[in-house]
Design a protein around this ligand. Structure first.
Ligand code: GLN
Length: 493
């Protein structure tokens, strides 16, 4: 018999419903896997007692005939979501020991749907990073290794690195991630799993620690498209507590899944063919294009002319919003406080922030403060806002000639720990294919599409028009069925 930890969200939900196994058995199996995987550093807090309590409630619900959509499914929650009475750090030492008195809307929605929580997932500090190395709690390791015998430890990507590793290493069947400029899609690609960032406003940001509020979106990461659809349905929905929440009903994404994409026009944006990207990325992209053709889709070349400005635009807007959002960490309201022996209130703020924030967060606060300063606001922030509008307009126009867009998710496979951490620009370049959809607020998914020559997963991204998560999921399902990606990391332990 396959181990229970080999099962995904749908298989667990259905197995609990059918009585093939109990929710308690599932929660015990995953909790044991989490406890045995400390070397990967995927979790900042483990909460087996919460997973088991939810499982017992699910088993009782089955007995009384009122199962909920996620009854019996244990999940990992990225540490960016406030979880009631459970430490919530956003990967930062400045929030060490902070146990919120409230539950974020998204994690609360999952719990209300019957899911249990296995623990909080490690992440880049305040979700700033592409490798999980900026975490105040140490880097997360990918369960994958290159097949070159050198055995270098690889990053799972970021900022949802703990989330990615947890799913890939079979520590959780599904997890939450957040995506400001690729943090669901890039880690999903690095570890060979699926992750979707929905349309901006689909999932409430309430109780999600703010990084760049106009970009931040929650989404699921799981083993396949169906599991993502199930989770997203439970996570999404209008929330009066978030002023940018979309007041729209949640579609029935799972029930309407269909891999029939015959006649759909798949756009291949020519500006995404950028110099210096390794041949293996072009190859997996070509493979994806062929698979879409095999599925009966029509391939059309399209243009998104402002693509090359997306990365610089993102790295002005995101730090600007971050510098404002992070002003709240003052040693008074949350977590850590450092009081110098001498000095006034300002000295306490400075000492707290100096000790509590890591180097990348400080860099972003400085960039953000600079681009918002009176002398440079027009040259940087204001200009970036205008370019953002042009990028969004590129997409609006492109939907006249295609239904969805297919691109690589990231410009490389997973890299080694330490490989890029000394070079912030090299790290930022990793987001080149992810940030345009973020700036335009569009739904985008990453699907594993093949392995490179070193035996590492490569992902492809599908972007769709606002609110068309169904079409994005369906196109992804067509790709998933044909790519038939079944590789998994060799037992890492
Ligand atoms: N890597 C990007 C950054 O560092 C995106 C992060 C994210 O999506 N949270 O800002």
């Amino acid at each position: 018999m396959t181990s229970l930890t080999d099962l995904g969200v749908a298989a667990i939900r259905d197995g609990v419903r059918d009585g093939t196994f109990s929710a308690r058995e599932v929660a015990e199996a995953f909790s044991a896997a989490v406890a045995g995987a400390k070397a990967l550093n995927a979790f900042t807090v483990e909460t087996p007692e919460l997973a088991l309590a939810a499982a017992d409630a699910a088993d009782a619900a089955r007995a009384s005939g009122d199962l909920k959509p996620l009854s019996g499914v244990p999940l990992g929650i990225k540490d960016l979501f406030a979880t009631k009475d459970v430490q919530t750090t956003a990967g930062s030492r400045i929030l060490e020991g902070f146990a919120p008195r409230y539950e974020s809307t998204v994690s609360g929605n999952l719990l209300a749907a019957g899911a249990g929580m296995l623990g909080k997932l490690n992440m880049d500090e305040f979700a700033m990073g592409s490798s999980n190395e900026t975490s105040g709690y140490g880097p997360v390791l990918s369960p994958w290794r290159r097949n070159d015998g050198r055995n270098a430890a690889l990053t799972p990507g970021g900022s949802s690195g703990g989330s990615a590793t947890a799913v890939a290493a079979r520590l959780a069947p599904g997890v939450t991630g957040t995506d400001t400029g690729g943090s669901i899609r890039q880690p999903a690609a690095f570890v060979g799993i699926t992750g979707i960032k929905p349309t901006y406003g689909r999932c409430s940001r309430w109780g999600m620690v703010a990084f760049a509020s106009s970009l931040d979106q929650a989404g699921p990461m799981a083993r396949d498209v169906r599991d993502c659809a199930i989770m997203l349905e439970a996570m999404a929905g209008f929330d009066a507590k978030d002023s940018t929440s979309l007041d729209l009903p949640v579609p029935r994404w799972e029930a309407n899944l269909s891999s029939d994409i015959r006649g759909k026009r798949i756009g291949i944006p020519r500006e995404y063919r950028i110099e210096g990207v390794p041949a293996e990325i072009d190859q997996v992209w070509e493979r994806g294009i062929q698979l879409m053709r095999d599925a009966g889709a029509e391939i059309v070349e399209v243009s998104l002319p402002h693509t090359r400005y997306a990365l610089p635009t993102y790295y002005i807007i995101a730090p600007a919003e971050a510098s404002s959002n992070l002003a709240r960490y003052d040693g008074v309201r949350y977590g850590k406080r450092v009081s110098p022996e001498r000095g006034n209130l300002t000295d306490m703020y400075e000492a707290t922030r100096a000790a509590g924030f890591g180097a990348e967060v400080k860099r972003r606060i400085m960039i953000g403060t600079y681009v918002l300063s009176a002398g440079f606001y027009d040259a940087y922030f204001n200009q970036a806002q205008k370019v953002r509008a042009l990028i969004a307009r590129d997409f609006e126009r492109v939907w006249e000639s295609c239904d969805y867009i297919l691109t690589p998710t990231a410009p490389s496979a997973a890299f080694a720990l330490g490989e890029k951490s000394a070079d912030p620009i090299a790290m930022y370049l990793n987001d080149v294919f992810a940030v345009p959809a973020s700036l335009a607020g569009l739904p985008a998914i990453s699907v594993p599409a093949g392995l490179n020559g070193e035996g590492l997963p490569l992902g492809l991204q599908i972007v769709g028009p606002a609110l068309d998560e169904q079409g994005v999921l369906n196109t992804a399902l067509a790709l998933e069925e044909r790519a038939a990606f079944t590789a998994r990391p060799e037992a890492w332990w």
